[in-house]
Design a protein around this ligand. Structure first.
Ligand code: IMP
Ligand code: MG
Length: 176
């Protein structure tokens, strides 16, 4: 375990098993359709790559980058830093997120993308912190519900570090 962590919350093996399960459920639910995956950078880069490898349907994959957090506090401000390269009108879209915390980021993204008239739009998030929610959002696919702790690893960062860890861990207070 990395020295700046107090515990491993979710192991590499647990993540791999869960991602396969999510991909299985998505494949089942989208039979007969092509899926347009949108990865929200940077946090979802490992999750989306593992997820799409296990999808047994035709897929498009595109990315967006949005600013949400600076450090540990949600500012409530969301800005598109990188937009999609392709239109999504008439597409069945799944937004792939690393974590939904207050819900402000995903709520803003959903609202923005709905104006582009996709046929359907759903969210697949690896992690969910339900106790931190400030706005109600509908999350169709959730990997793990976790307590209100600041976590890093498997794509999630603290000040751009720890994204490469193959597991999800809780950052020590002293490391913040
Ligand atoms: P929300 O707008 O509060 O739902 O925040 C979502 C974004 O905040 C995520 O995409 C992450 O980038 C970041 N975030 C929220 N909680 C954590 C955490 O525990 N660790 C790392 N990043 C987090
Ligand atoms: Mg982040």
């Amino acid at each position: 375990m990395h020295k700046n962590l107090s515990e491993i919350l979710i192991t590499k093996e647990q993540i791999e098993k869960k991602v396969k399960e999510l991909a299985f459920n998505i494949t089942r639910d989208y039979q007969g359709k092509d899926i347009f995956f949108i990865g929200v950078l940077k946090g979802s880069f490992l999750f989306i790559s593992e997820l799409v490898k296990n999808i047994k349907l035709e897929t498009n994959i595109d990315f967006m980058m949005i600013s949400s957090y600076e450090g540990r506090q949600s500012s409530g401000m969301v800005r598109i830093l990188l937009d999609l390269k392709q239109p999504i009108d008439g597409k069945d879209v799944i937004i792939v997120e690393d974590i939904v915390d207050t819900g402000l980021t995903i709520n803003y993204l959903m609202k923005t993308l709905k104006t582009r008239k996709p046929r359907s739009i759903e969210v697949c998030t690896l992690l969910n912190k339900p106790s931190c929610r400030k706005i109600n959002v509908n999350l169709k696919y959730i990997g793990f519900n976790i307590p209100d702790k600041f976590v890093v690893g498997y794509g999630l960062d603290y000040k751009e570090y720890y994204r490469n860890l193959p597991y999800i861990g809780v950052l020590r207070d002293e490391a913040i």
